[in-house]
Design a protein around this ligand. Sequence first.
Ligand code: C2E
Ligand code: MG
Ligand code: MG
Length: 408
Amino acid sequence: MSAIQSYKSVLLVDDDPTQIAILTAYFVGQNVTTIMSAKDASEALTTLAQHLDSVDLVVTDLQMPNMDGVEFLRHLKTLGYDKNMAIVSCLSRDIIDHTAHLAKMHGLNIIGCIKKPLTRKLLDAVFQKQLEEISALAPLKDQSFTLVEFTGAMRAGEIIPHYQPKIDLRSGKVVGAEALARWPRDNATPVSPVVFIDYAEKNGMIEELTFRLFESVLIDLKRILAIDPGQKIAVNLSPIMMPNIKLPDQIDQLMKEVGIRPANISFEVTESSVLDLDTNTLEVLSRLRISGFDVAIDDFGTGSANIQTLKNFPYSELKIDQSFIKNVTTNKFSSETVRVSIALARQMDMKIVAEGVHNDDILQFVRASGIEQAQGFHLAKPMSAQDFSRLLSHGNGLIDVSSSSSAA
Ligand code: C2E
Ligand code: MG
Ligand code: MG
């Protein structure tokens, strides 16, 4: 991943064209979309005035003709620029640090100071560190909702599970579904679960959200099982919850209250979450398996799990990540990853599920490779509990997998 991909527009200020060239090359390499430069402070201020909303990083020298860096910083503030700033200079470390302190007093966000000559290592040291800080804050910055809205919606039961059918590839039978959280907001853009799950994880609300969703799943499942008692619903568990050794008991209790057997539920945990061996997580997973739940390793192929990792955890199912399935017919690396994943799963006696089947070529490839189950927009998109029940009753729970077929 690029170190500074969170910056979209950068302004470089230096009277030395060589320095500008080095910095430009660095930011091009980091996939920054817009890179502007200015040879002195007044040119920089003119450019910035035109692009004040878009520029999110200014990298400046301190010694420039006409206006020095210190004066430039003050003008930046007056102009209303209050985003990120980095100082690059050949002045002594003391002077640079002193200037940075002054800039902070002006309210500027100084992310780092680099003493010339510029090296890749020095640049990385400033901008990689910044990325860590940015990624920690990203969901809070990008979100289009407030904490009150999120908590209110969650507690009012507005965040609900939808169901994406899982299809047995030999028979075309719908054997179950994956529950996927949805927040359909009235008069506002729906938020992707990737965003609000991440938000819930970072704000200590993921357990509450997961249990609320799980309760809804169990209630929906009651109705689903009345139509077909063999259905199994997969529930995603956040990695953050896995070390909680009370989790299996909490799950058991809810299952008993609603009266649903573990054979009708499976849990999905992402590959990345189980790579750091943790004894609590191992205990939780083992107890879930002992209770009779299936546990799937989700997004397989995106982390670096290998046979050893799989041996350490009692998984029953391997879900190959959709990024590989999507390209399986067109990209050698993807087809090779799928082939290795299948071999690994066979060796470990795990069931394999392909996710991201989005056209007929992929479907036929996946069927021919012996993968047991599949999910994908080509087969069926995530749908409401009512629509899923309807599919099972009116559609007889069958989806055509033999030839070209597509989701509604
Ligand atoms: P996931 O668990 O890997 O879920 C599969 C995602 O792939 C879903 O996205 C699904 O809609 C999407 N998908 C399935 N088939 C296709 C296809 O053919 N093409 C494309 N482009 N996408 C396909 P969704 O619902 O946006 O969820 C994204 C992720 O958010 C999930 O990935 C999961 O990690 C997380 N998530 C969703 N609901 C929950 C939840 O209740 N709890 C937790 N912890 N995570 C959840
Ligand atoms: Mg999943
Ligand atoms: Mg997945």
